[in-house]
Each structure stands twice: as C-alpha cells, then as structure tokens.
Design a protein around this ligand. Structure first.
Ligand SMILES: Cc1ncc(COP(=O)(O)O)c(C=O)c1O
Length: 378
C-alpha cells in the first residue's frame, strides 16, 4: 500500500515521537502544577514548544495558544470575533472553497445574525482581489481566506489580501493548516492577524494544534470558547496535552529546519507524477499551476463511471477523491464544483498528496497502477 494522502494526515516523524515519549512516562507532570519539579519540567517543555511554533510563524510566543487542532482553533476564532466585534459590524467575508470547519461555523453565525459573503473562485481556484475589495463595507469585521486549499493545494494571494485588509482596517484570518511546513509562513510579512494550525498535517500528533493571535497592531482579543481554570491565559481552559504540545513544537522545529528540503523533494516528485498522469487521455489538472502547494496534485480523469477509479485503486494506493459519500450518496466535491468542474469529472478526480518520505519508486508504481486501473475500467 502506497500512501499519497498526506493532506489528510501525516505519519508522526520519529524525532517527534522520541521528543514526546518522556512526557508520557517519567516527565508526566501537569504543566499547571507550580509547587514542584514535575510541574516545572512540563511547563518548561510547553514554553519551548510555544517558542518553536512562534519561530516557525515569525511570531511572539505569547501570540500562540494551544488547542486540540485546527477545527477548534477555527471555532475559537470565528465565534470569538463574532462575539467581540459584532457591535462594530455584522459582515464577514470568506471563500466558497474554505475547509468545512470554516464554512460550517459561518453557517452557524448566519443563524445568529451574521451577514456572510462567500467569494467565488475562478476555474483555477483563485479568488479575485478586486472582488474582495469591492465586498468590503464599513460593516465588515473579518476577512477569512485560507492560505492553501486542502483538496487542490491552490495558494491564495495572501500578501495582497493582508495589505488590503490593513488598508481597510479589517481583521485578516488565514487558515494555514495545509501551508505550514510546506511553504514559508511569516505572519508579519503576510499581514495575518489570526491563524489556525494543526500538528498532524506536518508530521506531528493528532488532536493538538494552535492558534496565532496578533498582539500588536491590531491586538486581537477573543473570549474563551472553553472555560474552566484559566489555562492558556484564560483563552482555552483544560489541563494541557503536554506530550502533544511537545510533539507540535518538535514538528514545528523540524519544519523550520527542513522546509526547503521538503519543498524541493515533494515538488520534484509531483512534477514526475503530473508529467506521467497528465499525458494520459482524458486527464486534466484541477487548480492553479504556479500558485500551488509543492506536494499536491488534483487530477480528473474523464469518461469513467462515477467513483470507478478510486475504487479500483483502493487496495494499493491511499489517495482521496474529489467526492464525498454522504448517506450513501456520492456528492461531488464542493471545492471542485466552485471551480466549475463538472459533477461527472469531480466523481473521477483524485487528490494525490505526497510527503517527505515518498520515493520516486513509489510515484512510478502509482503511475503504473493508475494506468492499469484505467485500462481495467475503460
Ligand atoms: C485547511 C484545513 N483546515 C482545517 C482542518 C482541520 O484540522 P484538524 O484536523 O486539526 O481539526 C484541516 C484538516 O482536515 C484542513 O485541511
């Protein structure tokens, strides 16, 4: 079985696991225990992890709050911004191709009186900056645009969006979950005010993540989503997941050191994969070529029975489809639909997401497997 589904999750890097293990055993202390060494050891480890995550983002450690993952961070941010800033205005701008965590929370906010603009994307998956600027009104309190899309890898023009938001005095939130570790993410240079992230997309453990909240110019102040004990400066109560946080910190440290290596390795292999697969009859790429994550290729194969290709690959290659099964019905991906991809094509779209441990031999084997599958189901 070859694993090319790294945008869903990554394996834990052995160095990350090694860093975490002592915090399950001899260093098991509660980071909130201030009276003894067990607590201090845990608290020091959390502080180091916070510094490491901050360094990866070019942020201050005090701007990093640990959570259970990107979904929680997104909930904390969107619901918090709504609660605090709705007196200023009730308008939020986001994009039709955001992750479900963003879209579902926005749908909930609409029920509570928010006015949400869902920007469309072009057929390559990019938003239009002019359209974004035109959508901003004096009522707008937040612009929420993800850095890189999980299904297509398309990277939005974040620097330009950051500038635009500053010019209009609107907060800018960017979900950096898929971009982190794959591309440099400098929240200062990009003008990002709020950024949710997750460990398990960058070779860290599942169930731990963080949120970046700018402290100065502007200071983003949100209310707690989870109360009880005042951990994480009162923003997110509950005993800290010390091993998980240590793992996230180590994953961030490795990402910072090895980002370039990751980029070059996955890009070279993705180019090989695309060169082979896009030469096949009926194959086409979904998403912008220039502005894309190095590891992601979303490819449609025309003229096949719905879902046929994925089913044929399922025993040998772990990939994701351009459709989701909801209550026994095949639903074409809303991301591909927003890009104007037809339902028929979306049903036979495959997301290949490569990783740092992916080899050339694996890519060539996947190419051969796809070719074989296409002949079998043609
Ligand atoms: C872009 C994006 N945002 C948010 C999430 C949610 O992350 P988590 O699994 O940490 O809740 C994911 C992962 O599926 C993602 O790809």
């Amino acid at each position: 079985m070859i694993y090319l589904d790294h945008n869903a999750t990554t394996p834990v890097d052995s160095r990350v696991l090694e860093a975490m293990l002592p915090y399950f055993t001899e260093k098991f202390g509660n980071a909130a225990s201030t009276a003894h060494r067990f607590g201090w050891v845990a608290s020091d480890a959390v502080a180091l992890a916070r510094e490491r995550v901050a360094a990866l983002l070019h942020a201050e450690p005090t701007e990093v709050t640990f959570t259970s993952g990107a979904t929680e961070s997104i909930n904390l941010a969107l619901k918090g911004v709504w609660e605090v800033y709705q007196t200023k205005g009730k308008h939020i701008i986001t994009v039709a191709t955001e992750h479900k965590a963003v879209l579902d929370v926005c749908a909930g906010l609409e029920q509570r009186g928010a006015n949400i603009t869902y920007l469309p994307v072009d057929h390559k998956g990019l938003i239009d900056l002019i359209q974004l600027e035109q959508a901003i009104t004096p009522e707008t309190i937040l612009v929420c645009v993800m850095m890189a899309n999980n299904e297509t890898g398309v990277v939005q023009p974040i620097v330009e969006i950051g500038h635009l938001c500053k010019r209009h005095g609107v907060l800018f939130m960017s979900d950096i979950t898929q971009a982190l570790g794959k591309l440099p993410v400098d929240v200062q240079a990009l003008g990002i005010d709020i950024a949710p992230l997750s460990a398990h997309k960058m070779y860290g453990p599942k169930g731990v993540g963080a949120i970046y909240l700018r402290r100065r110019g502007p200071r983003v102040k949100l209310p707690a989503l989870i109360e009880g004990g005042g951990h994480e400066s009162g923003l997110r109560s509950g005993t800290l997941n010390v091993p998980g946080i240590v793992g996230l910190g180590m994953a961030a440290e490795i990402a910072l050191q090895e980002q370039n290596q990751y980029y070059n390795h996955t890009l070279a292999l993705r180019k090989l994969l695309e060169q082979e697969l896009l030469a096949l009859q009926g194959a086409s790429l979904n998403g912008n070529t220039a502005h894309r994550l190095p590891n992601t290729a979303n490819i449609s194969f025309a003229g096949l029975k719905a879902g046929g290709l994925l089913k044929t690959l399922a025993d040998t290659v772990a990939v994701s489809s351009g459709s989701a099964c909801t209550s026994a019905l095949m639903e074409p991906s809303y991301v591909l639909k927003a890009m104007g991809v037809s339902d028929a094509l979306a049903y036979n779209s495959i997301r290949f997401s490569l990783g740092k441990e992916t080899t050339e031999a694996e890519v060539l084997q996947v190419v051969a497997t796809v070719k074989g599958a296409l002949i079998k189901i043609a």
